[in-house]
Ligand binder design. Structure first.
Ligand SMILES: Cc1ncc(C[n+]2csc(CCOP(=O)(O)OP(=O)(O)O)c2C)c(N)n1
Ligand code: SF4
Length: 327
């Protein structure tokens, strides 16, 4: 940001600074990936100058679902698994609002899985952050659908029996999926860039964020964190780009066109590499709220006319007016 721009912002009374969006100090554990996700979100609100009164964060229940408490916008800390239908309700009545959803892997892929699939289908214009720490954090370490096979937890003391669900592949398989991306919480610039692109996408942007939970799974992402070669950064003029310093660390890159669904599926199922970037984007898929508007038979005007017609049946008329009406 140049000096003139900075000075102009400082003197502009309508400008929102980062602190205008910042709520109380978060109560997540030290080192929890949710902190960096919140920082990225605060930056986005400030950079996009989102009006706090026109911005809503909806969440379910879980550590990650405490997100709305830490932002000075509207927020709805709802029920376990129900963040998406509530966000859809907000969007359908108030399409003018910026709607964001924070949901954990338990919240989204377990109890909320049905809502997740249908929210992808409805493709309403909102940004969905799926904080995937591969465990139930808030309730103190039970296996989630994305937990690695063999994970010893309070619900699987001998190790989780099932292989994990792949949230990227699941999302890509839903008809009408229009934006699917993966971001790590530990590369702030990439995380921010992906969230920003998701926000600018018209439709539901599903962003799976690999989120560290140092309290319960401190070594979960070690292989990727300690060896940058295991990360495959998906670059594209219509996706994300790496600056020089990140390019020196993350040498494993692929130019991936987000319109290419079959390559997106291959990348999502790669057993060795962790893809980071926008896997799929399709701007042609209509949003449900726009489809509704086109088919809307009840406008405020037609509702008023229908109500007036009904109320007129009960109008008490003077005898003279009634006689005139009969004549
Ligand atoms: C209907 C219902 N079932 C179960 C719970 C208990 N519960 C609260 S949070 C949670 C799981 C949280 O895990 P996740 O969604 O992965 O979020 P995290 O805490 O890891 O961020 C569970 C099972 C609940 N609150 N409501
Ligand atoms: S338990 Fe895990 S997910 Fe929850 S706040 Fe602590 S580090 Fe974060």
């Amino acid at each position: 940001m140049d000096l003139i721009h900075k000075r102009w912002l400082a003197t502009n009374k309508d400008h929102h600074a980062l602190e205008d969006y910042q709520g109380p100090v978060p109560r997540w554990c030290t080192g929890c990936g949710d902190h960096t996700i919140l920082t990225a979100m605060l930056r986005l609100c400030r950079d996009e100058q989102l009006a706090p009164e026109k911005t809503v964060f909806v969440s379910g229940i879980g550590c990650s679902s405490r997100f709305p408490h830490y932002l000075k916008t509207y927020g709805f800390h709802s029920l376990h698994g129900r963040a998406l239908p509530i966000a859809e309700g907000v969007k359908v009545r108030r399409p003018d609002l910026n709607v964001f959803v924070s949901t954990g892997d338990g919240d989204c892929c377990s109890i909320g899985a049905g809502h997740w699939i249908h929210a992808m289908r409805y493709n309403m214009n909102m940004t969905v952050l799926m904080h995937d720490n591969c465990v139930y954090g808030l309730t103190k370490m039970q296996a989630s659908p994305t937990s690695p096979q063999g994970l010893k937890s309070n619900t699987s003391p001998r190790g989780a029996l099932l292989p994990p669900l792949n949230p990227l592949l699941t999302a890509l398989s839903v008809p009408s999926a229009s934006f699917v991306a993966q971001a790590p919480d530990w590369i702030p610039d990439i995380l921010y860039s992906i969230i920003a692109q998701g926000f600018h996408h018209k439709g539901l942007s599903f962003i799976r964020i690999l989120q560290r939970c140092p309290n319960f799974l401190p070594t979960l992402f070690d292989s990727v964190l300690k060896n940058p070669e295991k990360t495959l950064v998906l670059t594209h003029p219509k996706g994300i780009q790496l600056d020089d310093s990140l390019s020196r660390i993350y040498r494993n890159k692929e130019e991936h066109d987000p319109a290419n669904m079959s390559r997106a599926r291959e990348l999502a199922s790669d057993p060795e590499l962790t893809p980071v970037g926008i896997l799929y984007r399709n701007e042609q898929i209509p949003c449900y709220e726009d489809m509704l508007k086109q088919n809307e038979t009840f406008t405020p005007n037609t509702i008023e006319q229908a109500l007036n017609k009904e109320f007129d049946k009960f109008t008490v008329q003077s005898r003279r007016a009634a006689t005139m009406a009969v004549a």
